[in-house]
Structures are given as structure tokens and as C-alpha cells.
Design a binder for this molecule. Structure first.
Ligand code: C5P
Length: 281
């Protein structure tokens, strides 16, 4: 028997840094939304009590450093599961991109094994376990549109009816999240997440565009000016807005017509190899 779980990527419609905490982490406020670019996690039985990871990606460690492995081990220990498990990760979401690929895989592993082993743990427990793996994992347990705060552990799902085409442009380099967070200064630009939330809940696309923003964008662009070029080009080609997601480097553009999204994809392809046209989920 095996179980397949879909692991969608996320984008940040808003990311605000409210301040630095005593533990060195930051208080965040983020409006996140899932998009239909997915990894797939398949879990099946393995001999003994081993955790075996397989993947089509050559860029991912297949050992205990992998967040998928960490998720399986956590659940095994927490629920005293003796059985072995093979986890196959079909990677489609680019790695180190700001699209939450590692976090969504870890969350999907928790969901899949919760079913596979018949554990019946509630989402809140999966969320707590996920938080010990990474700050974006709690959000990824439920996905969709949500307001995320604290260090990432406070997740409030939102009822919104947003619909837009999303064009994702991933430059050919990765960005280290801890190094971006290290460069945060008191003069960082702020984002009004409450206004953004209001716009999202009202389904007011124009207001949404007005309030979108990412406090980390200036920091990553200062190191990788190419990201600004991607944004400029997307806007020049007719995007309604263009914003970096997470700590970067992926930039996403929003537009309401599919024709426009297709035009954006075509004009970005000569500029960057990795371009996707997706929908918000
Ligand atoms: O939790 P995760 O491993 O995803 O976080 C990556 C890095 O992002 C942390 O090492 C930290 O530097 C930074 N971070 C932060 N405050 C948060 C979440 C992440 O400073 N709330």
C-alpha cells in the first residue's frame, strides 16, 4: 500500500518583519497563499524500522539532513512507530527559491504518515511538530491563504476568494535565508499586513496590489541586483505587480488575464530559464 500527498509551493503576498526577538529570530507577519506548483510525496512500507528517502532531484540530501527525513523521524518517535518507511519525493518546486519547497515537503510527509500509520493526530499537533523542523512548516500543514505570525507558529487560515494568474520567475542562483535575516536593520521597509488582509478578505484586487510588499526584498536585491531587473522587466511587460517571495530569489508577477500571463511567460523565458505560469489555490 502507498499514499501520495501533494505538496504545493507558497508565495508571500506580504512579508513584514516586526522586530528582533531575544532568541535571535524575528517576529514576522506574513500573508501566504499556495500556488499549483507541486512536489509529490509518496510513502510506502520499508523493511525493518528504517527511513529511506528517494528523489528525482540530485540537489537534495537523502539523509537525516533532509526535512522529509526529520518529519518522519519526529512522527515515529512521538507515536512509537516501529515500522520502516520509504518516502519518495518527486521534486518540481525549485530548491532555495523562496517558494517553501523543503517546508511543504516536510508538511506533506507529516500529513501522509499520519494517514499511513493511522495515527489520527489533529492538525494542531502536526503544526507543533512541524515548527520544530522549520518556521514555514506550520503554515504548510494546512496551506491555502493564511496569516502567519510569531516566528511562524501562529497560523490563521483566511477565507478569501482571490483569483489571479501567477507567473513565477526563478533566477539561476539560490539565496541563503539565514544570511538575509542577518542583514535586517531597524530601517527595514515595513508592510501593512492588516490592510493587505482586509483587501484579501474583501476580494479587492486593486487594494491587494497597493498593499503587497516584502520587507526582505531590499536586502536580497542589494546582494543580487538581477532580482530588480526581473521585477522591472515583468512590470514593463504588463504585470499588475511583481514582488520577491520569501527571502528570494524567486519573483512572482500577478495578472488577471491568462493571455497576459502567457505573454509574460514568453517574454521572461529569454531572460530566465525557470519560469512557471500557475494559479493561486
Ligand atoms: O526556521 P527556518 O530554518 O526556516 O529559518 C531559517 C532562518 O530564517 C533562521 O535561521 C533565521 O535566521 C531566520 N528566521 C528568523 N525569524 C523567523 C524565521 C526565520 O530570523 N521568525
Amino acid at each position: 500500500m502507498s499514499i501520495i500527498e501533494k505538496a504545493p509551493a507558497k508565495i508571500n503576498l506580504g512579508l513584514d518583519i516586526a522586530g528582533k526577538r531575544a532568541d535571535g529570530y524575528h517576529d514576522l507577519s506574513m500573508l501566504m497563499v499556495s500556488v499549483d506548483l507541486n512536489d509529490y510525496i509518496t510513502v510506502s512500507e520499508a523493511e525493518g524500522s528504517s527511513i529511506i528517502i528517494e528523489s528525482n532531484s540530485l540537489r537534495m540530501p537523502l539523509n537525516e539532513k533532509n526535512d522529509v527525513y526529520k518529519a518522519a523521524l519526529l512522527l515515529k518517535k512521538r507515536c512509537n512507530v516501529d515500522a520502516g518507511v520509504k518516502i519518495t519525493v518527486e521534486k518540481r518546486i525549485p530548491i532555495c527559491a523562496g517558494l517553501g519547497g523543503g517546508s511543504t515537503d516536510a508538511a506533506a510527509t507529516l500529513r501522509a504518515l499520519n494517514k499511513f500509520w493511522g495515527l489520527h493526530l489533529p492538525d494542531e499537533t502536526l503544526l507543533d511538530l512541524g515548527f520544530t523542523i522549520g518556521s514555514d512548516v506550520p503554515y504548510c500543514i494546512g496551506g491555502g491563504c493564511a496569516l502567519v505570525s510569531g516566528k511562524g507558529e501562529i497560523v490563521e487560515p483566511l477565507e478569501v476568494s482571490l483569483s489571479a494568474w501567477v507567473v513565477l520567475v526563478k533566477p539561476d542562483f539560490g539565496v541563503s535565508t539565514p544570511s538575509v535575516f542577518r542583514d535586517i536593520s531597524p530601517s527595514i521597509s515595513r508592510v501593512d499586513i492588516s490592510a493587505l488582509r482586509e483587501a484579501a478578505e474583501a476580494g479587492d484586487y486593486q487594494q491587494l496590489l497597493c498593499h503587497m510588499g516584502n520587507s526582505l526584498e531590499d536586502i536580497t536585491i542589494a546582494r543580487k541586483p538581477f532580482i530588480q531587473k526581473v521585477k522591472d522587466r515583468l512590470l514593463k511587460c504588463g504585470a499588475d505587480t511583481a514582488l520577491m517571495t520569501g527571502s528570494g530569489p524567486t519573483v512572482f508577477a500577478l495578472c488577471q488575464s491568462e493571455k497576459k500571463a502567457d505573454r509574460l511567460v514568453n517574454s521572461m523565458k529569454g531572460f530566465c530559464k525557470t519560469v512557471y505560469k500557475v494559479r493561486m489555490l
